[in-house]
Design a protein around this ligand. Structure first.
Ligand SMILES: Nc1ncnc2c1ncn2[C@@H]1O[C@H](COP(=O)(O)OP(=O)(O)OP(=O)(O)O)[C@@H](O)[C@H]1O
Length: 259
């Protein structure tokens, strides 16, 4: 069974059609990429999946459950985690504290409970700390753990954001432009961590990304969007060879490179 199944989504904002006729599935352990020129509707799809926008039409099923109309925090609690195009971390908090915040879905006991049921709350705290330590090891963040995130190099901040999403123990990860603004070395590091997430944690991912090299290297399948509509879904080799894709997207990129 598909982890995520999206059927015929349509989302419009007062006359502007952001997404139309979008259908796709993401399978166990799959890395599915969504590409397309600026304004093609990629972020809007993420906003539909995570419950920020409610589409006028279509269905989204996540592990068999219908998500349309569900609030974002409930969708997150079901295991859909997300990283953002612009880093959304608490810049004055340390790496460890930002990752602990990623555990909030797994926290059942608040301050009062901690006072009344010290044992249970303490066990839970230890479990959360240990999950955060696993993420720190996995993403090689040890040397940065005590620094406020705002002081860290940009590439490390993006890695911490991935870490926060992983701390939630996701069943599906949405990566919104994970290497945007990164230099070559930072991009290579991030690519390696994304592959590790797939291979070692087996977490399925949907990645929106403009870096074509990264998409074609990493993705199992790619959906190409243009003006809110999917024009081709297939393996990287299939979409790269598709004349409509070359015209609509790669042609567009070529123009922007040459102008
Ligand atoms: N909240 C909104 N209100 C009105 N129009 C919106 C809103 N969000 C998105 N749109 C419009 O929907 C279309 C798709 O936008 P979206 O941000 O999803 O594209 P994108 O492919 O993610 O672009 P980019 O690559 O630049 O991030 C655009 O025309 C955009 O202006």
């Amino acid at each position: 069974m598909a982890v995520l199944s999206v059927e015929n989504i349509r989302l419009a904002f007062e006359g502007v059609v952001a997404v139309d006729g979008v259908s796709f599935e993401v399978g166990e352990g799959e890395l599915f990429a969504i590409i397309g020129p600026n304004g093609a509707g990629k972020t809007s799809i993420f906003n539909v999946l995570s419950g920020v926008y409610r589409p006028q039409q279509g269905t989204v099923r996540f592990n068999g459950e219908d998500l349309i109309g569900m609030r974002p925090h409930r969708i997150a609690a079901r295991g859909m985690s997300r990283t953002f195009q612009n880093i959304e971390l608490f810049s004055h908090l340390t790496v460890v504290d930002n990752l602990m915040l990623g555990r909030h879905n797994h926290m059942r006991y608040g301050a009062l409970s901690a006072f009344l049921w010290l044992g249970k709350a303490r066990n839970e705290e230890l479990k959360n700390r240990s999950a955060v330590e696993d993420v720190i090891d996995f993403l090689e963040l040890e040397q940065w753990r005590r620094y406020p995130v705002g002081l860290l190099p940009y590439g490390v901040q993006k890695r911490v954001e991935l870490g926060r999403a992983l701390a939630m123990e996701p069943k599906l990860l949405l990566l919104d432009e994970p290497v945007a603004g990164m230099n070559v070395e930072e991009t290579e590091d991030m690519a390696r961590f994304i592959l590790d997430v797939r291979e070692e944690l087996n977490v399925p991912m949907i990645m929106v990304e403009h870096d074509m090299g990264l998409v074609m290297d990493l993705a199992d399948r790619v959906m190409v969007m243009d003006f809110g509509r999917p024009i081709r879904t297939g393996t990287p080799a299939e979409v790269q060879a598709d004349p409509d894709v070359i015209r609509a997207y790669l042609g567009e990129q070529h123009r922007s490179v040459t102008t």
